[in-house]
Design a protein around this ligand. Structure first.
Ligand SMILES: Cc1cc2nc3c(=O)[nH]c(=O)nc-3n(C[C@H](O)[C@H](O)[C@H](O)COP(=O)(O)O)c2cc1C
Length: 176
């Protein structure tokens, strides 16, 4: 049987992003039977605008749609900006939600995790991303809730945290 392909959308463009490091750790330690790829170039995609969508949609958006359409699952790994998801992630979800009813996320198992250096770990961003993806037509796995506080030390050096994040990947991969 072929591997379950999980594509990761990282909600931070920062070179030293903790959330990107989480995504890279999950990719490197993916559970057996799961292949993880990180979608690149989210920062190059123009803000969603119906005037530029359609046959001549920007190459960067078309590439993201193709990458997600070819994956079996979508995992968001994101921080929180001003109590919600970063604009780059919201923009990606908007592009993936169209064409209406047949966007690349429609019907696709979808989960959200992430970390921020606050006690709440980005929980509003994660709730909002789940809500937005549901409206976009994704099959959001509500059981996956990892809003990890990263107030002290390197959370990726903590085996329990990494196990929790890998457990989220497994739950997403097992979803039907
Ligand atoms: C514009 C901006 C707004 C932010 N707002 C929040 C917030 O509402 N909640 C929160 O937990 N952290 C907030 N932060 C802190 C980020 O969570 C923190 O910078 C985090 O490390 C970013 O993730 P990254 O390391 O993956 O880039 C904000 C940071 C920025 C730059």
């Amino acid at each position: 049987m072929s591997d379950t392909r999980v594509v990761v959308l990282v909600g931070s463009l920062r070179a030293d992003s903790l959330n990107r490091r989480i995504a890279e750790t999950l990719k490197a330690q993916a559970p057996a039977g799961v292949t993880i790829d990180i979608a690149e170039g989210l920062g190059e995609i123009p803000f969603y605008n119906e005037d530029i969508d359609g046959e001549s949609a920007p190459e960067s958006a078309t590439q993201l749609r193709k990458t997600v359409a070819e994956a079996d699952r979508v995992l968001v790994v994101t921080p929180e900006y001003n109590g919600t998801m970063p604009a780059v992630l919201n923009n990606a979800i908007d592009w993936l939600s169209r064409p209406y009813g047949t966007g690349a996320v429609v019907g696709k198992p979808f989960a959200v995790v992430g970390a921020t250096p606050t006690p709440y770990g980005g929980k509003w961003a994660h709730e909002h991303a789940r809500h937005s993806a549901t409206i976009a037509g994704a099959k959001v796995i509500e059981d996956v809730v990892v809003s990890q506080s990263a107030m002290e030390g390197d959370i990726l050096a903590d085996d329990e945290v990494v196990a929790k994040l890998l457990g989220a990947v497994q739950t997403l991969a097992d979803a039907s």
